[in-house]
Design a protein around this ligand. Structure first.
Ligand code: COA
Length: 321
């Protein structure tokens, strides 16, 4: 595993100076204390993805030339095309890998992990880099207090390989509901509303979210899908060592853990430090907890995001034997 978090800290106190909000409101409604922002104008998602991928390869003792495929989950690619994965492939020196981006908002990492798993399971590929990376500050409206408090920038990467034993990624479930009455999206910049003076003036290139509607959907969806995969494998709260949840709001995570029958100490939470980094939240959690994870630990990873998209992965830990 590898990760990258930018140095610059944007605290709740800093946001108090930018919009009409306060630390107490942000902490109690979301669990966030601070988030990281990528400040260098010459750097973006591909930069963070490469840093995270380099660390992952180094920790696995694998040369970049041995990587077969690169999947980058992101909604903030450096360019609409070429894919961020192509930039990453070149900068890593992964000359034998092909790569592509995957767009599924906050569920992006889990969709990419499922895709990479199937590529390895098929026997066609042996080393697949799965990266979740987002520069959310590039699409955040820092005049909208309801959204700008939520997001941060980061990247996380994992290298998938065959385990050779019964551990590893055992199963996943993914769902999509392309709700036309969209409550979470970036209105402009795509082919329907390309960039124009009007779209820039209206800040339509930033995240739009109806927080209240999305909160309800996310709370139901993340708990439902976590229970779905637990029921499928006859797991109860005692069996699960860790919930690795997407970090959108601490209240959503708490509600999911309650419905799964998990106590607080089995839940990975780092939203206080990083905010919602979209595709990066789950690999960042795995990275932060890597020394506590034991061989054979049963993990449930789950996420909900724009689209709507949601999903869960059930795995047993293959490292730290
Ligand atoms: N500071 C202070 N007050 C704020 C505020 C802020 N940053 N943002 C909104 N408010 C106000 C609202 O204007 C509203 O005021 P009103 O009651 O006078 O109208 C009040 O706080 C409550 O707003 P509401 O939107 O109902 O708050 P909430 O409890 O739903 O929390 C979110 C807002 C965004 C934190 C929450 O809805 C959320 O986390 N949504 C889902 C996020 C998510 O999961 N995204 C998708 C997955 S990535």
């Amino acid at each position: 595993m590898g990760h990258y978090i930018p140095d610059h800290v944007l605290s709740n106190a800093d946001l108090e100076k930018m919009v009409d909000t306060n630390d107490e409101w942000i902490r109690t409604r979301t669990g966030i204390r601070e988030r990281r922002i990528l400040k260098d104008p010459d750097k973006a998602t591909a930069f963070m993805a490469v840093e995270a991928a380099r660390e992952a390869l180094q920790s696995a003792n694998i040369e970049a030339a041995d990587v077969d495929a690169i999947i980058v989950a992101t909604v903030t690619p450096d360019y609409l095309f070429p894919a961020t994965a192509a930039l990453v492939q070149k900068r890593l020196g992964a000359e034998n890998a092909f790569g592509f981006d995957l767009s599924a908002a906050c569920s992006g990492f889990l969709y990419a992990l499922s895709t990479g798993t199937m590529m390895v399971e098929s026997g066609r590929y042996e080393k697949v880099l799965v990266i979740g990376a987002d520069t959310m500050s590039s699409i955040t409206d820092y005049t909208d207090r309801a959204t700008c408090i939520l997001f941060g920038d980061a990247a996380g990467a994992v290298l998938l390989e065959p385990t050779g034993d019964e551990t590893g990624i055992i199963d996943f479930v993914n769902h999509t509901d392309g709700d036309l009455d969209c409550h979470l999206y970036q209105r402009a910049g795509g082919s329907l509303h390309p960039a124009s003076e009007e779209t820039v003036k209206n800040r339509d290139h930033c995240v739009y979210q109806d927080g209240r509607v999305v909160f309800k959907k996310a709370t139901e969806g993340m708990a439902d899908v976590s229970l779905e995969i637990m029921n499928k494998h006859n797991l109860n709260g005692d069996d699960v060592a860790w919930l690795v949840p997407h970090q959108a709001n601490k209240r959503i995570i708490d509600a999911t853990a309650r419905r799964m029958g998990l106590s607080d100490e089995k839940v990975m939470i780092n939203i206080d430090k990083y905010g919602n980094t979209t595709a990066a939240t789950i690999p960042l959690c795995l990275y932060d907890w890597k020394d506590q994870l034991q061989y054979g630990d049963k993990l449930v990873l789950s996420a909900f995001g724009g689209g709507y998209t949601w999903g869960a992965v059930y795995m047993t830990w293959s490292l730290n034997r």
